[in-house]
Design a protein. Structure first.
Lengths: 270, 325
């Protein structure tokens, strides 16, 4: 397919999905609250502890403040809602309408829907983020342009791996209706190994070592560390290599699960 | 005319989980699931030539929709082959998807929460329709279906019939060569139904497209299809002209009357009394088609009639009769 045709498809998909997301404003506010609560609690707790003790495992109150404030942005950029906007379509048969269109339902429409969701969430989130910065007054002096530039490909990589892995789990809906519990398990692993709850430095050494070889830290820990210039060139190279390997794994897995899943699709209902 | 659709021994068996009610059965099914095979379509064969409009009939659960889903590529069959426009449908090749359409139900191509106009423009991009062709096709569709007033409202706020019109139009923007239509006139008022019929006939005439449609409205079938295919319990029961079938299966009409008093009048003198649960106030009799005029005038002169109707037997009855014979 020619590039400009694809571009036009994505442009129109964007218009449709952007308009759709605006229809769910109230729903989005709920998501926003849900997604803000846990990092803000962690932020408050850890900065208080560090203020009393001076440091926690070498991390100061400012380290925690910058970590969680960056986490709020990075998490939003790398996370995805695929399972919530796709799995039910397999179960109630509404996927039929998308399968007969000459574009891939997951890699076009669902992808754009995810991006539209992010865009609108970030808009709602920006004022909250500014207020949080005024309250905690973090010192971002460790952040450099080079760090941010390195974090951009890491965030894209993190999102792509995460999106495809979610696509794999969502496609399991072709076999069983229990996709949500599989997703919960994946999320538990994510919480443990990504740096979502606490910076990985605070985790036991064994967890830190395992985390280096898993895809989860691509989504949180790696981009934050890059933005703050905390990694050596060797560590950066290794993290990107691990990320690229996971991307290949995710692509292969997704293709296989999708191809075989669609064969099992029973197009129930209309 | 070249063959557009060729189906050989096409079969689909669904595996449906099955268990008794109750706690014990629930626990048991957790460890060992029992499945029942449901044979939705069994070794069906037919060919449809380019430009034909074929009615695909059968009672609910006969396997019509399953067949349409296989031919449009949504379902993988458990046996047999199908070839449409030279493609195997369930390979879902882009070229194939761009040259056919499936209109099924009301929630297929249109996004529920936004105006249909946006979904139409998305369709234009997805099917790579050049601007001038898009405008031309849209104009034609608008003339026949009066789409313009509906385009700017969110689809969820449209009535059933309005949605169906938009759904059909959205499915035809790319001028498909093959149309699979599952109940295309469902939910439409009489004018809407005849508009769609007119439109399909015109579309078929102008483009030479092949159309396979299911409908529970006899009028759709009589107006459009010279040929019908009947399936029942997944088996092909009849493939031929509609006239032949009607002559063979249902050469009768239903006369319904509302009487001042039934006392003393025996309707079985005029025809075979039949039950109609939908309209308990009327009494119905079945009469041979060629006797209708004569019987009606006799009834009008001999009975205290308030109201009288003459109708074709319902399509379901005709088909049901076809299998029972």
């Amino acid at each position: 397919m020619k590039g400009d045709t694809m571009l036009k498809i994505f442009q129109r998909l964007w218009q449709v999905n952007w308009a759709e997301q605006w229809q769910y404003r109230a729903n989005l506010m709920m998501y926003l609250l849900y997604w803000l609560v846990s990092p803000i609690i962690h932020l408050a707790v850890w900065t208080s502890i560090a203020n009393v003790n001076g440091t926690v495992s070498g991390l100061t109150a400012n380290d925690f403040a910058t970590y969680y404030l960056l986490l709020l942005v990075v998490d939003q950029l790398t996370s995805n809602i695929t399972i919530h906007i796709f799995a039910y379509k397999v179960q109630d048969g509404t996927l039929s309408g998308e399968l007969i269109k000459p574009i891939h339902p997951m890699l076009t429409n669902t992808l754009v829907n995810n991006i539209a969701f992010k865009a609108i969430m970030l808009m709602g989130f920006l004022p909250v983020w500014i207020v949080l910065n005024l309250i905690f007054r973090p010192d971002f002096s460790a952040v450099t342009w080079q760090g941010i530039l390195l974090a951009v490909p890491a965030i894209i990589l993190g999102f792509m791996v995460n999106f495809l892995m979610s696509g794999v789990m969502t496609s399991i809906a072709f076999w069983t209706t229990r996709v949500y519990s599989i997703n919960e398990f994946y999320f538990a692993m994510f919480v443990l190994f990504s740096g979502q709850f606490v910076p990985l430095q605070l985790m036991p050494k064994a967890i830190q070592t395992i985390a280096k070889y898993l895809p989860f830290q691509l989504q949180i820990y790696l981009p934050i560390q890059l933005i703050q210039n905390r990694l050596s060139p060797a560590e950066i190279a290794q993290s990107f290599l691990v990320g690229l390997i996971w991307l290949v794994v995710a692509i292969v897995l997704f293709n296989w699960v999708w191809r075989n899943g669609v064969k099992r699709f029973s197009a129930v209902g209309a | 005319m070249p063959t557009t659709i060729k189906v050989e021994k096409l079969s689909k068996t669904y595996q449906v989980p099955e268990r008794e009610g109750g706690f014990g059965a629930a626990v048991q099914s957790f460890f060992k699931r029992k499945y029942k095979d449901v044979k939705a379509v069994q070794e069906v064969n037919f060919e449809i030539a380019q430009g034909e409009i074929v009615g695909f009939l059968g009672p609910n659960g006969a396997g019509k929709t399953t067949t349409l889903k296989m031919l449009s590529g949504l379902l993988h069959p458990t046996g047999g082959t199908a070839n449409v426009l030279g493609f195997t449908p369930w390979e879902l090749k882009t070229e194939y998807l761009r040259s056919m359409t499936l209109v099924m139900g009301q929630r297929n191509r249109l996004s529920w929460d936004i105006p249909a106009a946006d979904s139409f423009l998305l369709g234009q991009a997805i099917y790579r329709i050049p601007d001038d062709q898009y405008k031309q096709t849209y104009k034609e569709l608008d003339e026949l279906l009066e789409l313009e007033p509906l385009m700017k409202k969110p689809v969820r706020n449209l009535s059933l019939g309005e949605r169906m019109k938009c759904e059909i139009a959205a499915g035809l923007l790319h001028r498909p060569k093959v149309l699979f239509l599952d109940e295309p006139t469902i939910g439409l008022d009489i004018t809407g139904q005849s508009r769609i019929r007119e439109f399909l006939r015109e579309y078929n005439r102008r483009t030479g497209a092949t159309i396979l449609l299911t409908s529970h409205y006899m009028a759709d079938v009589t107006a459009l299809c010279e040929r019908i295919i009947i399936i029942h319990h997944g088996n092909l029961k009849y493939d031929g002209s509609l006239n032949d079938l009607s002559r063979r299966i249902a050469p009768f009409k239903l006369i319904g009357v509302r009487l001042g008093k039934l006392n003393g009048h025996d309707l079985s003198l005029y025809g075979v009394p039949v039950q109609n649960e939908e309209d308990a106030e009327k009494h119905y009799i079945q009469v041979k088609a060629e006797d209708v005029t004569q019987v009606t005038s006799r009834m009008l002169s001999e009975l205290p009639i308030h109201d009288i109707t003459i109708a074709d037997p319902p399509i379901e009855d005709v088909i049901e009769r076809a299998f029972n014979e």
